[in-house]
Design a protein around this ligand. Structure first.
Ligand SMILES: [Zn+2]
Ligand SMILES: [Zn+2]
Length: 240
């Protein structure tokens, strides 16, 4: 296992996922992870939790079963201008933000418009991760956008769940990793687990990383210290 923190996980607050935060953390602890980000779907998706879920996350302990929990969200990109479905007041409070395109929310397959959405998304200071940008459903100018992600400090995601289940994602992920290696663009490797036993599990992504000879030094969540530093820039008082 190459990662110390799984930064894209779901709980049963998103009703198509099946475990509680406590169950997720128990498995994260068993697998030796130092931290996870709890990133349930924001409200533009049909079976997301209510927005109060995100307002109330602060009541959760900082660590559960000895695993740090970053209180986060998986935002939906909602239009070709790179808008997301959370207002700024709440975005400011989030400790970890993944922003993703999902077909049920953003119904666009025009390469130029999707490229524009990703470039505009870069200007949003609250976003940490560009979630699973490897599905055939959303073609875009990968080289141009990956360079912009690096420039704006956004981390493109190598997503286990996408590689295993989404059309074209394995092929697109190989292309993305090769470009990130060439231009030294940092990435994150996440499970996108929807069930506790899958938290931290990224075997297919790790195989691709091995095959390509992708440097682990560019996998930002291979080091909890790197993630901690990043989160502290946004939240200087955070106790992690
Ligand atoms: Zn997603
Ligand atoms: Zn997800």
């Amino acid at each position: 296992m190459i990662i110390e923190a799984d930064l894209h996980t779901h709980t049963c607050a998103s009703t198509h996922a099946f475990s509680t935060i406590k169950e997720n953390c128990r498995y994260a602890s068993r697998y030796g992870l130092k931290g996870i980000a709890m990133t349930d779907h924001m409200t533009a998706m049909d079976d997301s939790p209510h927005k109060w879920h995100f307002h109330n996350m602060e009541i959760l302990p900082r660590a559960i079963s000895g695993v740090y929990v970053l209180k986060g969200v998986e935002l939906n990109v909602t239009d070709t201008e790179g808008s997301v479905d959370m207002d700024e007041a709440l975005l400011k409070k989030m400790e970890w933000c993944v922003a993703s395109m999902h077909r049920s929310v953003f119904n666009c397959n025009d390469k130029e418009l999707i490229t524009n959405a990703y470039l505009k998304l870069c200007e949003n200071p609250y976003i940490d991760v560009i979630g699973h940008p490897t599905s055939d459903a959303f073609p875009f100018d990968m080289e141009k956008c990956l360079k912009a992600f690096k420039e704006y400090g956004k981390l493109p995601e190598v997503n286990e769940s996408s590689v295993v289940y989404k059309d074209g994602s394995r092929r697109n992920c190989i292309e993305m990793l090769k470009l990130c290696k060439k231009y030294e663009i940092p990435v994150v490797v996440d499970s996108d687990a929807h069930y506790c036993e899958l938290v931290g599990m990224t075997p297919e992504c790790e195989k691709l990383i091995d095959e390509i000879g992708f440097p682990v030094s560019l996998v930002e969540n291979a080091s909890w210290d790197m993630i901690r530093e990043r989160v502290r820039k946004k939240h200087p008082d955070i106790n992690i």
